[in-house]
Design a protein around this ligand. Sequence first.
Ligand SMILES: Cc1cc2nc3c(=O)[nH]c(=O)nc-3n(C[C@H](O)[C@H](O)[C@H](O)COP(=O)(O)OP(=O)(O)OC[C@H]3O[C@@H](n4cnc5c(N)ncnc54)[C@H](O)[C@@H]3O)c2cc1C
Ligand SMILES: *[C@@H]1O[C@H](CO)[C@@H](O)[C@H](O)[C@H]1NC(C)=O
Ligand SMILES: *[C@@H]1O[C@H](CO)[C@@H](O)[C@H](O)[C@H]1NC(C)=O
Ligand SMILES: *[C@@H]1O[C@H](CO)[C@@H](O)[C@H](O)[C@H]1NC(C)=O
Ligand SMILES: *[C@@H]1O[C@H](CO)[C@@H](O)[C@H](O)[C@H]1NC(C)=O
Ligand SMILES: *[C@@H]1O[C@H](CO)[C@@H](O)[C@H](O)[C@H]1NC(C)=O
Ligand SMILES: *[C@@H]1O[C@H](CO)[C@@H](O)[C@H](O)[C@H]1NC(C)=O
Length: 524
Amino acid sequence: MLYRSVTAAALLAPSVLASPTSNGQNHTCKKTKVAILGGGVAGVTAAQSLSNHSIDDFVILEYNGEIGGRVKHTTFGKDASGKPLTVELGANWVQGLGTTGGPQNPIWTLAQKYGVNNTYSNYSSILTYDETGYSDYTSLFDDFENAYSVTEQLAGTILTDSLQDLNTRAGLTRGGWKPKKDMKAQAIEWWEWDWEYAYEPEVSSLLYGIVNYNTSFYQWSDENNYVWDQRGFNTWIKNEASTFLGKNDPRLHLNTIVTNVTYSDTGVTVTDSKGGCVEAEYAICTFSLGVLQNDAVSFEPEFPIWKQDSIDTFDMGTYTKIFLQFPPDKVFWPKDTQYFLYADPAERGRYPVFQSLDAPGFLEGSGIIFVTVVHDQSYRVEGQSDEKTKDEVMAVLRDMYGADNVPDPIDFMYPRWSLEPWAYGSYSNWPWGVTLEMHQNLRANVGRLHFAGEATSAEYFGFLQGAWYEGQKAGEIVAGCLKGAKDSSCVQDKHYAPLHGSTAVSEYDVQNGWTVTSFQTNGF
Ligand SMILES: Cc1cc2nc3c(=O)[nH]c(=O)nc-3n(C[C@H](O)[C@H](O)[C@H](O)COP(=O)(O)OP(=O)(O)OC[C@H]3O[C@@H](n4cnc5c(N)ncnc54)[C@H](O)[C@@H]3O)c2cc1C
Ligand SMILES: *[C@@H]1O[C@H](CO)[C@@H](O)[C@H](O)[C@H]1NC(C)=O
Ligand SMILES: *[C@@H]1O[C@H](CO)[C@@H](O)[C@H](O)[C@H]1NC(C)=O
Ligand SMILES: *[C@@H]1O[C@H](CO)[C@@H](O)[C@H](O)[C@H]1NC(C)=O
Ligand SMILES: *[C@@H]1O[C@H](CO)[C@@H](O)[C@H](O)[C@H]1NC(C)=O
Ligand SMILES: *[C@@H]1O[C@H](CO)[C@@H](O)[C@H](O)[C@H]1NC(C)=O
Ligand SMILES: *[C@@H]1O[C@H](CO)[C@@H](O)[C@H](O)[C@H]1NC(C)=O
């Protein structure tokens, strides 16, 4: 396992004076106004949001030894001087940037604020391969993109006319795209769809998949910038946290594994694996959908059916980057190209996209390339040994570039996101046929326990910006409640039970201020 294991060491932060309440385990509970469960983007942003509203009595309980959550890096390989290089295991791109003075992705604003090094990902800088080597099937990109335009418009019609959702397969078929057994077409489709959503078009929502794309890439800009900063992508999170958390701030409890959360209409009690306990007036749970699906934390009382069903219905995708370093003087792939797409003759999505970090503007001279798999291929790869995966990837590279040209790698590594007990997957995907109301049930509070994270964002699920906006919103709601607001700043999130059919979007807008309408006025 890649990640450092959590030690049984005491809280890094000095423990706070116990107050005379008991959690029934003969431990006294620390009292606070807000317990923030998880210190990823949503948790840190929720804390900042509270702080901005002058609520400073909160604690953040975080499993790992540092904040950032799924924005996580490690060292891999070495540069020419023997210094270890940093690569990102989780989030890697800022997706949809925006303009100075114009609408801008908050993650882009923050990445720029802290000078996070990044480079434009040029998706036209690509060469295509099959098991016989280089094979130019790039004309299929145009076929796909033509079908995609039809698919986007169809999603627009579904939205504006409140029609029933379809799966993305049906949308693409309407556009005339039918890859069937053509493995090259399947590779193109994987690049265009699965690579982003971590699931196949068959299981993905057409409507919300397109909403998700449109909100980031048409609202801001159609650019993805790849972060290769040697401090790690989470630099911006750490720096932003330090604007409202002091050094060794006692409110930040790292290496703290939450095991039990007891909630009601009057408060929330949180217990960790060492028996530590926090009694809060409100809590904001930012655990990933994977953590919620895997019963990694026990909630008491059990979630109501309307919430549990939505947790179980949404999809948690897995996205696995497999890193290889070759001797920098023996790089065998074209140096000025960013991407290499491989069409496996037998299995769709088997080692499909290789990405060079040796390309201009990235970690030039590093000899590093990595290949990404998702979903079933991730489960297979994450469930087998490094050695077996390395052999498989090397066989593919030798088919692509010729056995004589490809030396053995000098370093090899990949994370196992589907098995990580603090994530259980990479990011969520909206399954086809799931309504906005059911998604709202994932998002809604139960008693004084609120939820935030990438998965609770209807517009930006899967993206860093989703986690950021949802953290901000949850912080604002809880701050409103603590201030005893009677106005809209303490709105308990609406939930729907029982669920009926499909969403009447217009109605939903009015009740929740969801931004479908604003997408349209923004020219969508
Ligand atoms: C491989 C991969 C690639 C990605 N690529 C991109 C990308 O390029 N661009 C992009 O925008 N997004 C990307 N994402 C998605 C992005 O990383 C997430 O949307 C975002 O980081 C989620 O933030 P969050 O705060 O919602 O959740 P998290 O980051 O998961 O935060 C939740 C926190 O809760 C903690 N926690 C969990 N269980 C417990 C427990 N029992 N006790 C205490 N703490 C606990 C976790 O340690 C974690 O820190 C990627 C994700 C992955 C994994
Ligand atoms: C509870 O804690 C007190 C003080 O540490 C100790 O004396 C007592 O034995 C404990 N009781 C139980 C049931 O563990
Ligand atoms: C908190 O306030 C600062 C300063 O105005 C702002 O930059 C930041 O985005 C705010 N954070 C949230 C989560 O709203
Ligand atoms: C992207 O790559 C293509 C193909 O190599 C090239 O023609 C184009 O100029 C590049 N675009 C940018 C912005 O670098
Ligand atoms: C997405 O954007 C495209 C292009 O602007 C537009 O035709 C379509 O209606 C939009 N779809 C949705 C669901 O927003
Ligand atoms: C950021 O990029 C600059 C210019 O390439 C480089 O000198 C610097 O070392 C980089 N910093 C980090 C932390 O990656
Ligand atoms: C925590 O949850 C587990 C599993 O449901 C349960 O056995 C245990 O009693 C709970 N502990 C506390 C302190 O509530």
